[in-house]
Design a protein around this ligand. Structure first.
Ligand SMILES: [Zn+2]
Length: 483
C-alpha cells in the first residue's frame, strides 16, 4: 500500500465562535447567558422573528469582530452588509439566518489574513458575523416514536465565522491551528473557548486523486483531529482501490467515531441569499479601525516574544505556554511568587500539560494553583524534598488540591538527611546484589542499576547526589580490595 504524503492532503476549516463577552444577542436585547437555563426562556419577538419586529445590531459585536480581523491580519471591508440565508429547518424560527455573503453584491466582514503556526502561515479566506441557530435535541428512539425538541435560547447569539484557505496539511496541524485561534480569541477577551459549544468547527478535506469532502458537526478540537484522521483513512482506502471519492457533505458521528454521508454535490442546498432589508449597511472607517486597534490587548505572539525576553524562556517553551491563555496566565502568576521562571516553565510543560491533556480538562478546572506549585518548588530548594518526591507531591496536589506541606507531612515524604542511614542502605544494596557489584567494578552502567535499587529501597527519600558519592566511594574501596 502506498502512503499518502502530507503534501497531498489539503484541509480547510470553517470555525464558528460565539462572542461570549457580549451581554446580549446579536440583534435583540435577550441575555446571551443562555447555558443551563430552562428552554425557551431567553427569547423575544425579535429573535423569534415575529412579524413587525426589527433587528438592531449589537455595537459591541462589531468591535469584537474588528479586533478579531485585526488579530488575524485580515482586511476589514469598508461597508458591512447583512444577508438573509434562507432555509426551512426548525432550528431557526424565522426560516432564515442573518449572515453575510460574498456574492450578489455582498462582502464578508473581512478578507484575507493568516495565523502563524510554527514556520507555516495558514491563510484566512474571510471572516463574517452571523447569528447562531437554536438547539435541537432528540427524545426517544425510532421504535418508540421519536420527537425533536427545540430550544431557541441560543437562536440569535452572535457568532463570528472564520474560514481558512485549504492550507492545513495534517489533522495535527488542524488542531494546532484551532488551539492558536482559541488563544487569540481568549487573549482578545471576545470568546471563552472552554464554554460548551462556544467554538464549533466544520472541516473540508481532499486527498490527491479525490474530491473535496466536507465534514459537519464537529464539536471539539479533539474531535476535529479524530474526524480528519478517520476521513483520511476512508478516502485513502477508496483511492487505493481505484474508487472515486465523490464530492459530498458528511456528518461526524461522535459516538461511533465515523463520518456518515449527509448529501452529495447534486443535493447542495440553494439558500436564496438576498440583502437583509431590515438592517442598514454600516460604514467602517479607517478611523474606527484605528481606535479599536489602539485599545487591543496583548496577543499570543507578542506575549510569546515578551516571555522569551522577560523570563529568559526558550522559544519552544514560550510558544507552548502562550498556546493557551489560561496556561500563560498561570505561568505569570507563578513568576510573581517565585523567581526561577525556567523552573516553573519546566514543571508546567513537563508535568502539568501532560496531565491536562491526559484528563482532557481545562486548566481552570484544576485543583492546583500557582501557590501550590511555588510552595512545592521552595521545598525542593531548601532540601525538604527531592525532585523525585516532588513529582509525587505534584501528582497528589493535582488529584486532591491539598497544599504541599500537608502532603509532605501526611505521606512522610521528608528527605532523610542522616548520612549514616544512607551509608547503611548503600551497604545493604551492595550486599544484596553481588553480581551487579562485580559488574560495576568494570562497567559504569551497572552503577546506575545499583543506584536504582538504592532509591527503590529508600523510596526516593535520600539525596541522590550524596548517595551517589557514597556508592562510588564504596565501590572504589572494593576495587582496591578494602572491604
Ligand atoms: Zn431576543
Amino acid at each position: 500500500m502506498s502512503r499518502i504524503k502530507s503534501a497531498e492532503i489539503k484541509i480547510g476549516l470553517e470555525v464558528h465562535c460565539q462572542l461570549t463577552n457580549l451581554m446580549t444577542k446579536l440583534f435583540c436585547s435577550c441575555s446571551s447567558d443562555y447555558r443551563g437555563k430552562d428552554p425557551n426562556t431567553h427569547i423575544c419577538p425579535i429573535c423569534m422573528g415575529m412579524p413587525g419586529t426589527l433587528p438592531v445590531l449589537n455595537e459591541k459585536a462589531l468591535e469584537d469582530a474588528t479586533m478579531v480581523a485585526i488579530a488575524l491580519n485580515s482586511n476589514i471591508s469598508d461597508r458591512m452588509l447583512f444577508f438573509r440565508k434562507n432555509y426551512f429547518y426548525p432550528d431557526m424560527p424565522k426560516n432564515f439566518q442573518i449572515s453575510q455573503y460574498d456574492k450578489a453584491g455582498g462582502v464578508p466582514f473581512s478578507l484575507g489574513g493568516y495565523i502563524q503556526i510554527d514556520k507555516e502561515k495558514i491563510r484566512i479566506r474571510r471572516t463574517q458575523i452571523e447569528e447562531d441557530p437554536g438547539k435541537l435535541s432528540y427524545e426517544g428512539t425510532i421504535e418508540s416514536s421519536p420527537s425533536t425538541l427545540v430550544d431557541y435560547n441560543r437562536a440569535g447569539i452572535a457568532l463570528i465565522e472564520i474560514v481558512t484557505e485549504p492550507d492545513i496539511r495534517s489533522p495535527k496541524e488542524a488542531r494546532l491551528f484551532l488551539e492558536k485561534l482559541r488563544s487569540i480569541l481568549e487573549h482578545l477577551g471576545v470568546s471563552d473557548g472552554s464554554l460548551e459549544g462556544a467554538m464549533r468547527c466544520d472541516a473540508n478535506i481532499s486527498l490527491k486523486g479525490g474530491r473535496r469532502v466536507e465534514i459537519k458537526n464537529i464539536s471539539s478540537f479533539k474531535e476535529v483531529e479524530r474526524a480528519l484522521n478517520f476521513e483520511i483513512t476512508r478516502q485513502k482506502s477508496f483511492i487505493e482501490r481505484g474508487i472515486i471519492v465523490g464530492q459530498e457533505t458528511r456528518h461526524w458521528d461522535e459516538v461511533r467515531r465515523i463520518t456518515v454521508s449527509l448529501r452529495s454535490k447534486e443535493e447542495e442546498q440553494d439558500y436564496r441569499y438576498f440583502p437583509e432589508p431590515d438592517l442598514v449597511p454600516v460604514t467602517i472607517s479607517k478611523d474606527y479601525i484605528q481606535k479599536v486597534k489602539v485599545k487591543m490587548p496583548e496577543l499570543p505572539d507578542d506575549r510569546m516574544r515578551r516571555f522569551i525576553e522577560q523570563y529568559d524562556l526558550t522559544l519552544q517553551n514560550a510558544e507552548i505556554l502562550t498556546r493557551n491563555k489560561e496556561m500563560a496566565d498561570f505561568f505569570e502568576e507563578c513568576v510573581e511568587l517565585y523567581k526561577n521562571s525556567r523552573e516553573i516553565s519546566n514543571w508546567l510543560i513537563g508535568e502539568l500539560l501532560p496531565y491536562v491533556r491526559d484528563k482532557n480538562v481545562e486548566i481552570e478546572e484544576l485543583k492546583v494553583t500557582p501557590k501550590h506549585l511555588t510552595d512545592m518548588l521552595r521545598f525542593i530548594d531548601d532540601g525538604t524534598i527531592s525532585r523525585k518526591m516532588a513529582q509525587s507531591v505534584f501528582r497528589e496536589i493535582l488529584s486532591t488540591g491539598k497544599m504541599p506541606d500537608s502532603i509532605i507531612k501526611e505521606k512522610g515524604l521528608k528527605k532523610i538527611l542522616d548520612k549514616q542511614y544512607v551509608v547503611e542502605m548503600v551497604e545493604k544494596v551492595l550486599k544484596e546484589n553481588p553480581r551487579a557489584v562485580e559488574d560495576a567494578l568494570t562497567d559504569e552502567k551497572a552503577i546506575n542499576y545499583l543506584m536504582g535499587q538504592l532509591m527503590k529501597l529508600t523510596k526516593g527519600r535520600i539525596d541522590p547526589k550524596v548517595a551517589g558519592e557514597i556508592m562510588r566511594r564504596r565501590l572504589s574501596d572494593l576495587t582496591k580490595g578494602i572491604s
